[in-house]
Design a protein around this ligand. Structure first.
Ligand SMILES: [Zn+2]
Length: 260
């Protein structure tokens, strides 16, 4: 039992990593729930030896679901670190993002599988405004936050740079931008290129950030060598997470069966 507890503790430590900056991993809130659930599931497998096969299969499915969350968290973490290594100035700029009244605003980023995403665009930034504080950006992560979702693809980090460009302009100009947005993108003609009307400063900033990222990436490659592709990072992360989570739970299942 002691060895099993140590094993679980090591697993939690292995999976514990977080950025301290204000560019945030959007899977962080789900991560703690996933870890708690994994712990509860392991306890059930250990202490309910009479569990039916049907129930065991349900637990396996649940384990896979929670492992997926952890894998997406780790993938996002790896890609944010890659972005920081390639474009440290852009990252630092977003890390110090403030609204019009000088309040720090967190940027929560998630890289999401395209097939599981409800988004029709490869990158989307989400802003909501409070009726009592039109300068405060809000999102599903709370007050003084922005949420950015990016499809997992070869150009994920370039798309992230683009969305950060939109965000860097909109957050300090939120109330004015939303008023502009309501006026400009009201008609069906302009609705097709939301964020990129010729007069939209956030759109110009988005293109500028995207181009800067490409320049930074070229400079990084020439001095540091080729960067791993997003697909490779995802494959490595998934393998590591699934192997560590599933093999440990398989060990626990085997132990539980022998105990039985
Ligand atoms: Zn855009």
């Amino acid at each position: 039992m002691y060895a099993k507890c140590i094993l679980l503790l090591l697993l939690c430590l292995l999976l514990t990593s977080s950025l301290t900056a204000r560019m945030r991993n959007g899977y962080a809130p789900e991560l703690s729930i996933a870890r708690e659930c994994l712990q509860l599931l392991s306890q059930r497998l250990l202490f309910e030896p009479d569990m039916s096969e049907r129930e065991r299969r349900k637990i396996h499915t649940a384990i896979k679901k929670h492992a997926d969350v952890i894998a997406m968290y780790e993938l996002t973490q790896s890609l944010l670190l890659q972005f920081k290594a390639v474009s440290p100035k852009m990252y630092a700029l977003m890390d110090a993002l403030e609204d019009k009244r000088g309040r720090e605003t967190d940027v929560y980023v998630r890289f999401v599988p395209e097939q599981k995403s409800p988004m029709k665009l490869s990158g989307t930034s989400f802003f909501r405004v409070s009726p009592t504080d039109t300068d405060a950006s809000q999102s599903r992560f709370g007050k003084f936050t922005v949420a950015i979702d990016i499809w997992i693809c070869d150009t994920s980090l370039n798309i992230l740079a683009h969305e950060l460009g939109h965000t860097s302009y909109i957050v300090p100009n939120l109330a004015a931008y939303l008023s502009y947005y309501g006026n400009i993108y009201r008609s069906p003609l302009t609705a097709t290129h939301v964020g990129h009307s010729p007069t939209d400063a956030s759109g110009r900033m988005a293109y500028s950030f995207g181009q800067q990222y490409l320049r930074d990436r070229r400079a990084y490659k020439s001095s540091m060598g080729t960067l791993p592709r997003v697909a490779t990072v995802m494959k490595d992360v998934k393998r590591t997470i699934y192997e560590s989570v599933e093999s440990r739970f398989n060990d626990l299942i085997a132990s539980s069966v022998s105990y039985e």
